[in-house]
Design a protein around this ligand. Structure first.
Ligand SMILES: Cc1cc2nc3c(=O)[nH]c(=O)nc-3n(C[C@H](O)[C@H](O)[C@H](O)COP(=O)(O)O)c2cc1C
Length: 403
């Protein structure tokens, strides 16, 4: 559940249409284990009823400077992070100028935790020199920003001004809440998803990998403050926010990107399901039904590159800590151990194909972790998010030991 588990977050909701998205944000914060104090400006209450926030937060919402004396001092002092979502032009102006004439602005002025503002407004308000000046001042004061995004606005216009989506806010907030990871500032490269090996211009050899495990590893490393590059094939699940994403198609392209990105890397997590085989001579033209006789035709396959083998020398000479995955149907431990040694890995996560809730295209994973010292750790059935966190914890431990 890290990094939100047991952390105190102050969610300040100001008066903009995007206040409805903050309901979803509150749900996500709560389901990740955060304790959330919600504060609404008077204008915010015109958009979403406070009862909705109270029910989801499980505690009263703070709205008034005068109801509980010193609430504005205590709330900002006792929280690990303040998120202002939506941050209106008005509240951003108040924050930039140090105003304290309502509960939200007074609390944010007194807060000594990190403040993450999620601006949302009409494009003309966003681009007005006054807002631009206010944002410059706030950035200088250390306020972090996420969004706004480009897209359709409430008024039926298009432009920059949409509040960042809750998932994006969660990943930036998670990074702000992470504490002192050994991965902070280090480069972590992750491969994710399937590869597609062309048979002809429209057909390919692929596999069922969704990209979820690799994306969760990338997101977890990014939350820990790492500089993350995620090289992925055509994945079917949403991309994580934060890491640099490089989309590739086949194993050769993934290998080319990997060789480039390994420069300066401290850690490599190889979660991509790279095809072992490819068509020996892919057709330049679409293979037509009429070209194939009634008995069918033989598709000749050849071995594709093994990315771990191909990068072994580069990884070893640059001392890049490597986590690999092994998906086995039998002799799992023996095969995983021989991969660990033969392919120069520091940690192997073993999946047994067909074990319930595990492997491709599901949200959960059951992993056994092996290291070169012979330690075998069987993790319980976990969500891929939890599994990624556990694997990153192991990487942090091993890097911390200097191994
Ligand atoms: C229908 C409607 C939608 C609004 N949407 C926004 C908005 O998205 N962003 C914004 O900065 N202000 C918006 N405003 C203006 C703010 O509600 C107004 O500036 C208010 O004083 C903000 O108060 P607060 O910052 O204390 O919440 C909107 C106003 C109305 C009437």
């Amino acid at each position: 559940m890290r990094p939100f588990d047991g952390r105190r977050v102050l969610l300040v909701v100001a008066g903009g249409i995007a206040a409805y998205k903050s309901v979803h944000l509150l749900r996500s914060l709560r389901s990740e284990g955060a304790e959330v104090e919600v504060m609404m400006t008077g204008a915010a209450e015109h958009f979403v009823g406070r009862v909705t926030f109270e029910a989801l937060a499980g505690r009263p919402v703070h709205t008034d400077l005068w109801t509980r004396p010193l609430a504005h001092i205590e709330l900002g002092r006792d929280c690990d992070l303040a998120i202002v979502a939506p941050a209106t032009a008005d509240l951003l102006a108040a924050m930039a100028h140090g105003r304290a004439d309502d509960l939200a602005s007074a609390t944010l002025l007194a807060a000594d935790c990190p403040v993450l503002a999620c601006p949302a407004m009409n494009t003309r308000m966003w681009e007005h020199p006054a807002t631009v000046r206010n944002l410059e001042m706030l950035t200088e004061d250390g306020v972090r920003l996420v969004g706004p995004e480009d897209g359709p606005l409430a008024e039926g216009e298009f432009g920059v001004g949409r509040m960042a989506e809750p998932e994006q806010i969660m990943s930036v907030a998670g990074r702000l809440l992470e504490v002192d990871s050994i991965l902070g500032g280090r480069k972590v490269v992750v491969t994710a998803g399937p590869t597609r090996e062309a048979i002809d211009p429209v057909r390919f050899l692929g596999n069922r990998s969704s990209g979820r495990m690799g994306f969760e590893l990338a997101a977890s490393a990014w939350r820990r403050g790492a500089e993350v590059v995620c090289i992925h094939g055509p994945a079917t699940v949403p991309r994580p926010h934060g890491p640099k994403m490089i989309e590739t198609e086949d194993a050769d392209a993934m290998l080319r990107s990997l060789r480039t990105e390994l420069d300066g890397a401290a850690v490599l997590c190889m979660a991509a399901a790279v095809s072992d085989f490819r068509a020996a001579s892919p057709s330049r033209e679409k293979i037509k039904k009429e070209d194939v006789d009634a008995e069918g035709f033989r598709l000749e396959l050849e071995r594709g590159p093994d990315l771990l083998v191909e990068t072994k020398e580069q990884r070893e000479s640059s001392n890049i800590f490597t986590l690999g995955f092994a998906l086995e149907t039998r002799d799992g431990l023996r095969n995983a151990r021989s991969k660990l040694e033969g392919k120069g890995m520091d940690l192997v996560a073993l999946n047994i194909a067909g074990s319930p809730g595990s492997g491709f295209d599901v949200d959960t994973n059951r992993i056994t972790v092996l290291d070169p010292a012979g330690t075998v750790e069987e993790l319980p059935l976990l969500t891929k998010r939890e599994a990624a966190d556990r694997l990153l914890d192991r990487i942090e431990d091993q890097l911390g030991d200097g191994s």
